[in-house]
Design a protein around this ligand. Structure first.
Ligand code: MG
Length: 460
């Protein structure tokens, strides 16, 4: 059987890989893995395919004697917070995050609100594959309830993390573009409560993402960039489909890359945690820019690199007792709030930063250094991925100018003027190669030097 869980839960095309039958069986598998009488909170993003998959998944749980609470359409971090604070045994999120509307998926949440670990997913998958489900009899079938208060709970939790009065007094103006995704449920309310004047773009739930694709990429942000320039807003904010990420546009209408906003958050979050000479820990994936390392250093913290993928970053944050973590795609994790990517928390933090510093966003972003990143890839047979990695390792290590190699996820070689990261894709038959240096020309030169080495290793 093909592996069910990928990097971010179970995902597939609706009616093809992702069906009501799969959702039902996965619900029964999760229910069998849990105990009879356990409670599971289940919610979804805005996709049109969400309701029937959620109903099937919840039905599977109920069939095994597990109770479910439907929290409706809500940002993934809102569902995760609800699972943690209301002490559920687990959570289920029907979402395909930033993927197009033809996709949907199911993500599992642990009792502490983090995404379930690979070990837990493997345990559920084993039950799923066995087909041996613990079905309840008539009087032990799980009950299904609805709670319409989860969004408010989430909103209030985020508001507790920022200086509401300071933000209100700053009288900020923001272009808000949740892209018709789950962010529509809470982001406009947050702006309203914070006294922020909103120029709304796609603030109405749209299960087909008709206005723009749900990935908050530079290309998909053009409309928001234009709106910022026209309206004279202080900030533009975009979210992905399940609103666990937030991407920003500065007051000049310039796209702010995720690694820059990640570094900016580190620079201003860490001083909250340095009292008594403490050295706060930050976690980020090996694929993140060196500007993240620079920001951690500038703020007096210590950086722990991790394997790529937000569930792993979150687990490593817990292991290292980190105060902050994140990815370069707009996923920021504030431990004081919750250890998962949270788009609403990220935007509240940036609004507070604007209010308290009184500085334009472009000036704040300029506080952290910028590097040039160049990406490339080569196609490889799926079956040879690991063998290529093994043969590549000694070649990279002995290459002139390589100072050290980090092999926790692919191979990251540190050079005098930057670094190169070569790693197999988790979902496609390709190897990715990315290089970072001070200038695009220098980064391109690194790729030009290391790509042939990768190609040679792949050709054997
Ligand atoms: Mg997402």
């Amino acid at each position: 059987m093909a592996k069910l869980f990928g990097t971010n839960g179970v995902r597939g095309e609706v009616g093809q890989g992702m069906t009501a039958e799969l959702a039902l069986r996965l619900g029964m598998a999760v229910g069998t893995w849990l105990k009879p009488g356990d409670r599971v909170a289940v919610g979804r993003d805005a996709r049109d395919s969400g309701p029937h998959l959620q109903a099937a998944f919840s039905s599977g749980l109920n069939a095994t004697g597990v109770h479910t609470v439907d929290v409706g359409v809500l940002a993934s971090p809102g569902i995760q917070l609800y699972v943690r604070d209301k002490r559920f045994a687990a959570g289920g999120i029907i979402t395909a995050s930033h993927n197009p509307a033809v996709y949907n998926g199911i993500k599992l949440v642990a009792p502490d609100g983090t995404e379930t670990s690979q070990d837990e997913e493997a345990a559920v998958e084993a039950v799923y594959a066995s087909g041996k489900f613990r079905l309840a009899v008539w009087d032990t079938v799980g009950k299904h309830a609805v709670d319409t208060g989860a969004a408010q709970h989430y909103l209030e939790a985020v508001l507790k993390q920022v200086d509401v009065r300071a933000i209100r007094n700053a009288r900020l103006k923001v272009v808000l573009d949740p892209g018709g995704g789950a962010g529509c449920v809470t982001a406009p309310s947050l702006m309203n409560t914070l006294g922020v004047q909103v120029v709304p773009l796609s603030c109405t739930l749209d299960g087909a993402f008709r206005d723009r694709p749900s990935e908050p990429s530079q290309e998909n942000a053009k409309r928001a960039m234009e709106a910022v320039r026209k309206s004279g807003a202080h900030l533009g904010i975009l979210q992905d489909g399940d609103a666990d990420r937030a991407i920003f546009v500065d007051e000049k209408g310039q796209f702010v890359w995720g690694d820059a906003s990640l570094s900016l958050a580190i620079l201003h979050e860490l001083p909250r945690h340095t009292a008594g000479g403490k050295v706060p820990v930050v976690c980020t994936a090996v694929s993140s820019s060196s500007c993240v390392a620079d920001a951690v250093k500038m703020a007096g913290g210590r950086l722990e690199w991790t394997v790529v993928g937000s569930p792993v970053v979150a687990r490593e944050m817990l292991r290292h007792n980190a105060v902050f973590g994140g990815e370069d795609n707009g996923g920021l994790m504030f431990t004081r709030h919750q250890v998962c990517r949270d788009g609403l928390m990220a935007m509240a933090f940036m609004l507070e930063l604007l209010a308290k510093t009184g500085k334009p966003f472009s000036e704040l972003v300029a506080q952290v250094p910028r590097y040039a990143l160049v990406k490339d890839k080569i196609h490889v047979p799926e079956a040879r991925k690991q063998a290529i990695l093994a043969s590549l390792k000694p070649l990279i290590a002995k290459e002139a100018g390589v100072k050290s190699v980090d092999d926790r996820d692919g191979l990251k070689a540190y050079l005098a003027n930057g670094w190169v990261l070569i790693r197999p894709s988790g979902t496609e038959p390709i190897y990715r190669i990315q290089a970072e240096a001070a200038t695009p020309a220098a980064a391109t030169a690194i790729i030009a030097r290391f790509k042939p080495i990768l190609e040679r290793a792949a050709a054997h």
